[in-house]
Design a protein around this ligand. Structure first.
Ligand code: NAP
Length: 261
């Protein structure tokens, strides 16, 4: 166990009582050997959460990296997602993901998009997978308040996660507040704006003050709002930089500036 795994400060407790790392590796667009290498490097640096999806077509490569890494399965937190074409074939799609990842359970299974009304019956299938012990936690992605309300009115078991795009440039405060009021933790995807807005003068100014980089400021901001941050990175430098966000805090004035960016 490294320091990250030892520190309870680096995890949130989900409403189903499983713990989730506050920071994970995004893997969209990482294919084959690039996915394998990035996951192994990330685990070596200390990342414990890996975020994949059926549609990313990298579950097999990630499965190989999980098998080859030096960390016990129990210490890792693996997320994958049901693509919208699978909303009416949940069991089949889930078992394909499980098999590609070469795992016997998934830590977090998400409905990727509420593309049509079949997301409602799909949620019932996720509840079954959880009851079968094949999935520990279940959640959703790209759900608005309306989609969440539809699940609440039909099911007793609520999602514990909503994974949505979230960054200082897309501050979805109302949805975050709604999720928080239902004990749903928000995971932030595209937290670095795919690198496009990191030169913004406000990020640069705050970064200079804290001797950090704009990417680290964007990620730290999300952590301080209670989000799980999911930056994707392939270079070792980026992987290390994005991991070094637990040793400083933003000021109240930084938060005001970032909220108005
Ligand atoms: N649920 C959904 O619908 C959904 C949608 C989109 C994304 N996601 C998840 O969220 C993850 C992250 O989102 P994303 O991939 O869209 O974008 P992102 O994490 O905002 O940005 C990734 C890009 O930023 C670069 N980067 C990484 N660290 C950097 C740093 N410290 N400084 C400068 N540039 C840096 C990466 O470069 P290098 O690769 O060269 O290091 C890559 O080009 C995805 O990989 C996926 O797991 C989920």
């Amino acid at each position: 166990m490294n320091d990250y795994a030892n520190s309870s400060q680096n995890y949130y407790l989900l409403s189903d009582n499983y713990k989730i790392p506050k920071l994970g590796l995004g893997t969209y667009k990482l294919l084959e050997q690039n996915a394998y290498n990035a996951v192994l490097s990330a685990i070596d640096i200390g990342y414990r959460l890996i975020d994949t999806a059926t549609i990313y077509e990298n579950e097999s490569a990630i499965g190989r990296a999980i098998k080859d890494c030096s960390i016990e399965r129990e210490e890792l937190f693996i997320t994958t997602k049901l693509w919208h074409t699978g909303l009416t074939s949940v069991m089949k799609d889930f078992h394909e993901s499980l098999s590609k990842l070469s795992l016997d359970y998934i830590d977090l299974y998400l409905i990727h998009w509420p593309a049509d009304s079949n997301y409602i019956s799909a949620w019932g299938d996720l509840i079954k997978l959880q009851a079968q012990g094949l999935v520990r936690s279940i959640g959703v992605s790209n759900f608005t308040e309306h989609h969440l309300q539809s699940l609440f009115s039909r099911y007793q078991i609520k999602p514990v996660i909503n994974q949505i795009e979230f960054s200082p440039f897309l501050y979805q405060k109302e949805l975050l507040d709604f999720c928080s009021s239902h004990e749903i933790i928000v995971q932030a995807y595209t937290p670095l704006t795919r690198g496009k807005k990191l030169t913004h003068h406000v990020l640069q100014k705050i970064a200079l003050y804290h001797h950090k980089t704009p990417a680290q400021i964007a990620l730290r901001w999300g952590l301080e709002l209670g989000l799980v941050e999911l930056p994707k990175a392939s270079s070792i430098n980026h992987l290390q930089e994005n991991f070094a966000i637990f040793d400083f805090s933003l000021t109240e004035s930084d938060h005001h500036l970032l909220a108005d960016i």
